[in-house]
Write a protein that binds this ligand. Structure first.
Ligand code: 6GU
Length: 287
């Protein structure tokens, strides 16, 4: 399944050219909305909507809580494109399909990618509703070779062996911390390490303990592939996790995580998240 359906530069270009012919927006910022975080796209001014089904070459999304469309519009006067609904590996998409939109963003002219996701927390001191600014990630499928950058390298996008030691832009993380303090919400915002697992099942207790011991603060089923592809093609990356639940790390714990609960917490804190991202987009420096 993950072996090469080959996607060529032309495939990304065709999709990008079609979008550029349909909108006058020329976004420099791309935003990927995670599970239950689609409201973010609704705050764009002068929105132009493109259901994935209408976009030539685009994969189709299948998860509940994901609208499945691109939204072009303005945030603080800056042109943005939002994915309202992303593609996950667990849906059966190849990693090439999962990250297809990121390379299309690049060809649209996007220079900064903002990714959001819903995640379970492993760190002590994190609580449902908290926000984690992603400092770094552990790409669990990637460690085993499930990586969107495998296969022939497209030098037009980036190098064969990209460095990944400073992916989540420090300047943007500092700016976000500044904004968080000004918003008066610093008490529920952390900076931490995100781990991507393949899903679709949530973690066993033993897996949760393993990730915790590895220094992982929050775990989810997305983000790493898109971030790898964005970083590979030279985009500046900023990531946020909304903590929707604590990961069960004890055999005595009776609590069970479920997808509905994950979506519910998304609704609860979506306003703070939206304000944070809007401010960030308004204040980030641009070339
Ligand atoms: Cl507990 N685990 C994973 N893998 N993803 C999640 C989650 C947990 N909670 C929200 N997303």
């Amino acid at each position: 399944m993950h072996s090469k359906e080959q996607i060529n530069h032309d495939d990304y270009q065709k999709t990008a050219d079609w979008l550029l012919s349909q909108t006058k927006q020329r976004p420099l910022v791309g935003i990927i909305c995670g599970s239950g975080l689609g409201l973010l796209a609704d705050s764009l001014k002068n929105p132009e909507l493109f259901p994935y089904a209408d976009i030539p070459g685009f994969p189709q999304s299948t998860v509940q809580g994901h609208a499945g469309r691109l939204v072009f519009g303005e945030m603080k006067g800056r042109s943005c494109v939002c994915m309202q609904g992303r593609f996950h590996m667990y849906e059966g998409h190849s990693l090439g399909k999962t990250t297809f939109p990121v390379r299309v963003f690049k060809l649209l002219g996007v220079e900064t990618l903002i990714v959001t996701n819903a995640a379970g927390s492993l760190a002590d001191g994190y609580h449902p509703g908290d926000i984690m600014i992603i400092k770094d990630h552990v790409n669990v499928p990637g460690l085993a070779g499930l990586n969107p950058l495998t296969g022939p390298n497209d030098d037009k996008f980036g190098p064969r062996f990209p460095a990944m030691s400073s992916v989540y832009d420090k300047g943007l993380r500092c700016l976000a911390m500044d904004i968080v303090k000004q918003m008066g919400v610093a008490q529920f915002v952390h900076e931490g390490v995100y781990a991507m697992v393949g899903g679709p099942n949530f973690e066993t207790v033993a897996e949760a303990k393993l990730l915790h011991r590895l220094g992982v603060d929050a775990v989810g089923m997305s983000t790493a592939p898109e971030v790898l592809v964005a970083s590979h093609c030279g985009m500046r990356v900023f990531g946020l996790s909304l903590i929707t639940n604590k990961v069960v790390r004890s055999y005595d714990d009776e609590e069970q995580v479920n997808h509905e609960g994950v979506l519910e917490v998304g609704k609860m804190r979506s306003q703070s998240l939206q304000t944070l991202i809007t401010q960030l987009v308004g204040r980030m420096d641009m070339n």
